[in-house]
Design a binder for this molecule. Structure first.
Ligand SMILES: Cc1ncc(COP(=O)(O)O)c(C=O)c1O
Length: 337
C-alpha cells in the first residue's frame, strides 16, 4: 500500500557510543506520516525532535548559544544562564548549562504544569515562578523578570526569541539533516513557529540548497504571527492552549521572508490529531506536533507523486498527559463531546 515510501532509502543506524549527552543532541530520526495524508504517491514524513536528550527541539539552540558564548569568552565556568520558559527551553538550557559547568535559572508563569516545573528542576535549574500577566512585558511577568535578573545579576541571557544563534543552530544542524535524510528530494517543509528559530534556520538552509522548496509555517489561532506574515501588521492576539508554538510578540528569530505559506490551526484540531496519531501510528506527540500534522494534511490537498513533504514534531505527548491526553480536561475545554 505504501510502496512509494521505498523511494527513500532507510539506512540502518550504526551502533555508536557517544562521548557524552551533549553529543547526542540532533541527528533525530524521520518517519513516514500516514494519518490525514492521501495515498496518492505523496511522501510525507516527520522529524521526531523528541529524540533529543531532554525531549524537544530546544536542546539544539540551547547548546549552540551556550557553546558559542563560551567560545567567545562571554560565558565562563561557574557563570549563570537565564531565560524565561514554559518548560522545554528550561530543561534544555539546564541540561546544557550543567554539563558545561554553568548554572541555570528559569522564570516560568504560574500556569506551567507541576510536571514541567519538576522536570526543569530535575535537570538542575533554579525555577522562579512568576504571576500570570495580561501584557507581555509586564514587569511582574516571566519575560520581564528574566530580562531584569540578567541585567541586575549579570546572568547570561539566552534570549531565544531574538537571538540569531537560535536560527543558526537549525541552519547548521536541523536543515542539513533533513536535506541529507531525504537525499535532497524534499519539496515542502512544514514547521510550527514559536520563537521562529527552527522554521527560519531550516527554511533558509533548504532554500539555499534548492530555491524551489516551499516552506509552510504553522501558527495557532490567536497567535500574532499570522497577521504579521500575511500583512506585516502587529495585531494583538488572544490566548490559546497549544504550547510551544505561536506568540504574543513578534520575535527577531522569525524571518518572515522565509515563509511561502502560513496555515493557522485551532487548539481542538491540534489536540485531536495528536491523540489520533498516538493511537494510529504509535507516535506519542505534543499538541504543536498535532498542529503540524493538521497543516500537513491541508497542504497535501495540492500535493501528489513526486512531492516529498517534511514536518517537524517538536516534542512528545508524555509532557501533556494531564492535558489533552486526559479526557476530563478535553471535555472541560469543550474539545470532546
Ligand atoms: C514543542 C515545540 N516548541 C517550540 C516549537 C517552535 O520552535 P521555535 O521556537 O524554534 O519556533 C515547536 C515547533 O514545532 C514545538 O513543537
Amino acid at each position: 500500500m505504501y510502496n512509494n515510501y521505498e523511494t527513500l532509502v532507510c539506512e540502518q543506524k550504526k551502533m555508536k557510543i557517544y562521548n557524552n549527552v551533549l553529543d547526542m543532541i540532533g541527528n533525530t530520526p524521520m518517519v513516514h506520516l500516514r494519518t490525514g495524508i492521501p495515498d496518492n504517491g505523496l511522501t510525507a514524513c516527520v522529524k521526531l525532535e523528541y529524540y533529543n536528550p531532554t525531549g524537544s527541539l530546544k536542546d539544539r539552540m540551547s547548546y549552540h548559544i551556550i557553546k558559542t558564548a563560551m567560545a567567545e569568552g562571554k560565558l565562563k565556568k561557574g557563570d549563570t544562564v537565564i531565560d524565561n520558559s514554559s518548560g522545554n527551553t528550561g530543561s534544555a538550557m539546564a541540561l546544557v548549562a550543567l554539563q558545561m559547568g554553568l548554572k541555570a535559572v528559569v522564570t516560568t508563569p504560574i500556569k506551567t504544569s507541576k510536571e514541567k516545573i519538576d522536570l526543569m528542576k530535575s535537570y538542575g535549574a533554579e525555577v522562579i515562578v512568576t504571576p500570570e500577566v495580561d501584557v507581555h512585558d509586564d514587569p511582574k511577568g516571566f519575560f520581564a523578570v528574566a530580562r531584569r535578573l540578567a541585567k541586575e545579576k549579570g546572568y547570561f541571557d539566552l534570549d531565544q526569541y531574538d537571538s540569531q544563534l537560535n536560527v543558526e543552530a537549525h541552519y547548521n544542524t536541523t536543515g542539513p539533516e533533513i536535506w541529507r535524510d531525504t537525499e535532497g528530494k524534499i519539496t515542502h517543509f512544514v514547521a510550527g513557529i514559536g520563537t521562529g528559530g527552527t522554521f527560519s534556520g531550516v527554511a533558509r538552509y533548504l532554500k539555499e540548497m534548492n530555491p524551489k522548496i516551499k516552506t509552510i509555517a504553522v501558527d495557532p489561532e490567536g497567535s500574532v504571527f499570522t497577521d504579521y506574515i500575511l500583512e506585516g501588521k502587529d495585531v494583538p492576539g488572544h490566548s490559546y492552549k497549544i504550547e510551544g508554538i505561536g506568540s504574543d510578540v513578534i520575535t527577531k528569530a522569525m524571518h518572515k521572508d522565509m515563509v511561502d505559506e502560513v496555515i493557522t490551526v485551532s487548539d481542538k484540531d491540534a489536540f485531536l490529531r495528536a491523540r489520533e496519531i498516538t493511537i494510529n501510528e504509535g507516535l506519542s506527540i505534543g499538541g504543536s506536533s498535532g498542529a503540524v500534522a493538521v497543516a500537513m494534511e491541508k497542504a497535501s490537498a495540492y500535493l501528489n507523486e513526486g512531492h516529498v513533504m517534511v514536518g517537524i514534531f517538536g516534542d512528545a505527548g508524555i509532557r501533556y498527559l494531564s492535558k489533552y491526553f486526559n479526557d476530563d480536561w478535553m471535555y472541560k475545554q469543550g474539545f470532546l463531546e
